[in-house]
Design a protein around this ligand. Sequence first.
Ligand code: HEC
Length: 149
Amino acid sequence: MNKGLIALGLVLVLAACQQEVPAPKRNSRVAEPSGLAATMREMTADMEELKAKAQAGTLSLADVESLRAAHEPIKTAEPTKPEEIKESFPSFAEAYLSNLDALTDALRQQGNREAQIEAFNTVIATCESCHQQHCPGPLDRIRGIKVQE
Ligand code: HEC
């Protein structure tokens, strides 16, 4: 038999084996969250994690400094239903980020426990305001992040 044909046969067998490598199952997975929903989940996890420290007045600058970059996509991430995004959305997103900056400033100035709680609750109040107009479903969970004084 022609050596070239044998070689070709080998290449074909190898190629077939390559295809046996399990490919990611695209259709069997639950739909991916939108970019905005994924950002919101991260924001929720971050703020829930910080609540106890805010309550105790022991938040540190390092706790919140990393949040700015992580939460910044709120301005640009793609929502699940763009048609439900209102004109007020960008100003709520800006307000959210500037209240996060105000919390950072309060910690930089080593504000006391009251100042920490006030700045932390102002951030959560901004979550709440935007959610009253967009996506009211998580409102109870959001209110639960507020520190009761
Ligand atoms: C500027 C408006 C705005 C602000 C501020 C905002 N949200 Fe949202 N949030 C939305 C919108 C719109 C959605 C729907 C996102 C989607 O489905 O793509 C959403 C979705 C969510 C969800 C559901 C995510 C999922 O799993 O589908 C949670 C939980 C949430 N937000 C919590 C928060 C928390 C906590 C904050 C503050 C730390 C916050 N949000 C701030 C507008 C906002």
